[in-house]
Design a protein around this ligand. Structure first.
Ligand code: ATP
Ligand code: MG
Length: 467
């Protein structure tokens, strides 16, 4: 309390400029709560506490970005971000439970109970262009991609450096006002996703904005404005210059958005998928590949909407499965043995993939396990089905196999058999086993030294996988 009082007396800063009318020369429009009908009840208690305490200490403070936008659209925000003219140190000194994070651009995390609100100081972006000698500024690469945008700025600059107009609204929950510099409020009402500034320059600065356009349009049920959409097809190759880890984060957001199937179709329509999952276009053009991927994505969307857990490893295993099949097939055609060929194909596909969209290695194990278990579902004699059931990854591999059945890659009868086998009691299970009449199979399996997860029936080509 004393800390706050001292702050108010000694640290008082002018709040953000207050315009004389509801619309100023900078284009600022202030929308009152009578018009927008958003109340403080729509804001989390932590965001409310942070904005009001910052304002009490004499600073400007607003709920910004996705939270302000989602509340206006009647959606529930995932998290609340606050923007202020206080520096990170000043924010830190006001909130006891807070910490400064980030090196490039420092932010403050303020904790209230289990909730964390991210507080950032208004930020400007450094102008692009050339210096006096005609050399490009060092903070952009040769394609215009911004390498640094870590300077403090005014509130209006903070609005302008954001990506889309609907993401550049400032909501003051204390006064109940929305501050809009870029006609984002109108765009919210028109359900129009419009990039701020010159689209070509903004995509060059950060090509990930093209992916964000696709994701946000699907999530928010908005139309991408014609001017915002037009340059995407030409600029899509710029995604190749984005660090793979950043692409992965953005792709994961897209795939777990609950609108993955719509997003992937739109990515393809706009030619944005090339740099993300190599050969995704080729896969989507094969009827089996397309059906399989769309089923996996629809399944994921359904789970996200039902708030069920989703495994990114499972999803990436699905997206890359038809590549594994192709590579596996090719290796067998050159005479490699079935199981070593599968394992080699899995490694090849992951290696190619990692150059483009770095799937963190923590997902490799689950992807490989799901793939490696697939041939084992065709073994329905002896002890093999029992051993498979005991595998800790059985459930994921089984769900994956069901997708293969549903997409037409495997006979549906196989999926039904496994479903029944799981439900059956021990006696019924014994009765369900198939007779192992593959010549030489018994002898080979007795002599086999490999672990159970590898040696399984020969699958010479994709057609042979069908039972
Ligand atoms: P979501 O609800 O999916 O989190 P979001 O818009 O909140 O969507 P974040 O990644 O959380 O997305 O970003 C928060 C805000 O930061 C955005 O609303 C936008 O104002 C700004 N922002 C994010 N990414 C960019 C970018 N690439 N370029 C410019 N501004 C960005
Ligand atoms: Mg967000």
């Amino acid at each position: 309390m004393i800390r706050k009082l001292l702050h108010r007396v000694f640290n008082r800063k002018p709040a953000a400029p207050v315009p004389l009318s509801s619309s100023s020369s900078s284009g600022l429009r202030i929308i009152s709560c009578r018009q927008h009908r958003i109340t403080r009840d729509h804001i989390s208690s932590c965001a409310l506490k942070v904005t009001s305490e910052l304002q009490e200490a004499g600073y400007a403070a607003f709920v910004v970005g996705g939270a302000a936008r989602d509340v206006l659209l009647g959606l529930e925000p995932k998290d609340f971000d606050v923007a202020t003219n206080a520096t990170p140190e000043e924010v830190r000194s006001i909130f006891r439970r807070s910490r400064i994070i980030g090196r490039r651009f420092r932010l403050v995390h303020v904790m209230c109970g289990p909730e964390t609100v991210e507080v950032s100081t208004f930020r400007g972006s450094m102008p692009l262009g050339e210096d006096n000698e005609g050399a490009p500024h060092v903070h952009a690469d040769e394609h215009g991609r911004l390498l640094r945008d870590n300077v403090f700025g005014s509130q209006e600059e903070d609005a302008r450096r954001r990506d889309f107009t609907v993401n550049a609204l400032f909501f003051d929950p204390v006064k109940g006002e929305i501050w809009d510099y870029l006609d984002g409020y109108e765009d919210i009402e028109a359900k129009r996703l419009r990039i701020i500034g010159d689209p070509i320059r903004r995509y060059r600065e950060d090509p990930v904005r093209m992916l964000r356009a696709v994701r946000l349009a699907a999530k928010l049920d908005m139309q991408i404005d014609a001017g915002t959409a037009a340059p995407i097809a030409d600029l899509a190759p710029l995604l190749q210059n984005v660090p793979p880890s950043r692409l992965f984060d953005e792709m994961l957001k897209l795939l777990l958005s609950g609108h993955a199937s719509a997003c992937v179709l739109d990515l393809r329509r706009r030619g944005l998928h090339h740099g993300l999952l190599p050969m995704l276009d080729a896969i989507l053009e094969q009827p089996l590949g397309e059906r399989f991927i769309m089923l996996a994505l629809e399944n994921t969307d359904q789970r996200v909407r039902e708030e069920k857990p989703v495994s990114p490893g499972f999803l990436f295993a699905a997206l890359l499965w038809h590549e594994v099949l192709t590579a596996w097939d090719a290796r067998q055609h050159t005479g490699e043995k079935v199981i070593p060929a599968l394992h080699q194909a899995m490694s090849d596909v992951l290696a190619i993939q990692n150059k483009k969209l770095a799937i963190p290695h923590r997902y490799d194990a689950i992807m490989k396990e799901i793939w490696a278990m697939q041939p084992r579902f065709t073994g329905r004699s002896g002890r093999r089905p029992f051993r498979l059931l005991e595998n800790p990854r059985f459930r994921a591999a089984y769900d994956f196999m069901l997708l293969r059945c549903e997409s037409g890659e495997l006979d549906r009868e196989l999926g039904k058999w496994w479903e029944a086998f799981q439900r059956a009691d021990p006696r019924e299970r014994e009765a369900m086993l198939l007779k192992d009449d593959t010549p030489g199979k018994r002898k080979r399996s007795r002599a086999r030294k490999k672990p159970a997860s590898v040696g399984e029936p020969a699958l010479r080509n994709k057609g042979a996988i069908r039972e």
